[in-house]
Ligand binder design. Structure first.
Ligand code: TUI
Length: 310
């Protein structure tokens, strides 16, 4: 397979990242209308709230779109059922193993694309009937695995026979080309879509991405077993200080409780968790979703001709 555009019936081999609390019907339909695969993210929401967004998204686009299910969500079981009822075309999953849902989804004709942080999970997902996997490197924003995109993607591509989609560290056409070079058949992007006109986050969130430098993300939650990459701010510093002093998991949880919502909806620069990837430092202007997607793919062929590496 040349790339995943054919599999997903879309123009560009691009999937939008899940992005809890952010990826609603507006962002998802914008990505789908621009030729990628838009996704409505479940985050911690319940099935009915996502069902509403699916209905709204169907009014905004006649192109394929999907739903991302964050498997640490306590409502994951009901969301897994709801996507069948709503005849969602594509499901991506994150933050866990979707094995127990796979048979029902495949039976319903849903294309299933789990995020995998390791070769072992990729192999398990292929055996369980996944249509493709997203190999997501630790450069990504939000909940992350250990391996870098550079190390993970070729190892996953060598281990399985279904298409691999690269994620983590992709914000321009050079990184798109690198992903294909590593064996990926498509890319998933999140951070670069945060800085778009259509992205429904508080303006302060977008401004923080535009201001960020290369070293401005940190990983919180390594001690609790749920590492999360965020932009450095007072909240992240306090979290890291408290966890280095060995405070209880409960106290850390209280600190982070609702912090993503504070970032996304209130733009609370001090107390919000601004999840974002290491590519934040590359993003210097707000574009439309359509411009972002064109800028990721259109220069690739000319760039291949320009490259003289040996
Ligand atoms: O899921 C993500 N990124 C996310 S989810 C999220 S919401 C959240 N907020 C606070 C704490 C935790 C979550 C924000 N960003 N990316 C996909 C991803 N999946 N990254 C890593 C994984 C993963 C990890 C382990 C996937 C499977 C897995 O399997 C373990 C197992 O059971 O085998």
């Amino acid at each position: 397979m040349e790339n995943i555009a054919k599999l997903l019936n879309i123009k560009y081999p691009l999937i939008q990242g899940g992005m809890a609390n952010i990826a609603n019907h507006v962002l998802a339909s914008s990505v789908s209308n621009a030729g990628g695969l838009g996704l409505i993210a479940s985050g911690g929401d319940n099935a009915e709230s996502i069902r509403e967004k699916i209905k709204l998204c169907k009014k905004l686009t006649d192109k394929p779109f999907g739903v991302n299910i964050m498997l640490m969500n306590p409502f994951a079981d009901e969301i897994a059922q709801m996507v069948i009822e709503e005849k969602v075309e594509v499901v991506t999953t994150g933050a866990g193993n979707p094995g127990k849902y796979m048979a029902a989804w495949k039976e319903a004709g849903i294309k299933v694309i789990p995020v995998v942080p390791s070769v072992a999970l990729a192999i398990r997902m292929e055996k369980a009937g996944a249509d493709a996997v997203i190999a997501e490197g630790t450069e990504s924003g939000g909940h992350i695995g250990e391996l870098t995109t550079m190390a993970l993607v070729p190892q996953v591509a060598d281990a399985i026979h279904i298409p691999v989609i690269a994620a983590g560290g992709i914000a321009d056409y050079r990184q798109v080309l690198a992903a294909f070079s590593l064996g990926a058949k498509g890319v998933q992007v999140g951070t670069v879509l945060l800085a778009t006109k259509e992205c429904p986050v508080h303006q302060n969130y977008k401004d923080l991405i535009l201001k960020a430098k290369d070293i401005d993300t940190v990983v919180t939650g390594r001690q609790t077993g749920a590492p999360v990459r965020v932009l450095k701010n007072a909240m992240a510093r306090e979290y890291l200080l408290k966890s280095s002093k060995g405070v209880s998991l409960e106290e850390l949880e209280i600190l982070t409780l609702g912090s993503l919502r504070r970032a996304v909806f209130d733009g609370d620069i001090e107390k919000g968790s601004f999840m974002a990837g290491q590519v934040s430092g590359m993003i210097k202007e707000i574009k439309s979703v359509e411009e972002v997607i064109h800028d990721l793919f259109d220069p690739v062929e000319a760039y291949i001709r320009e490259l003289k590496v040996l």
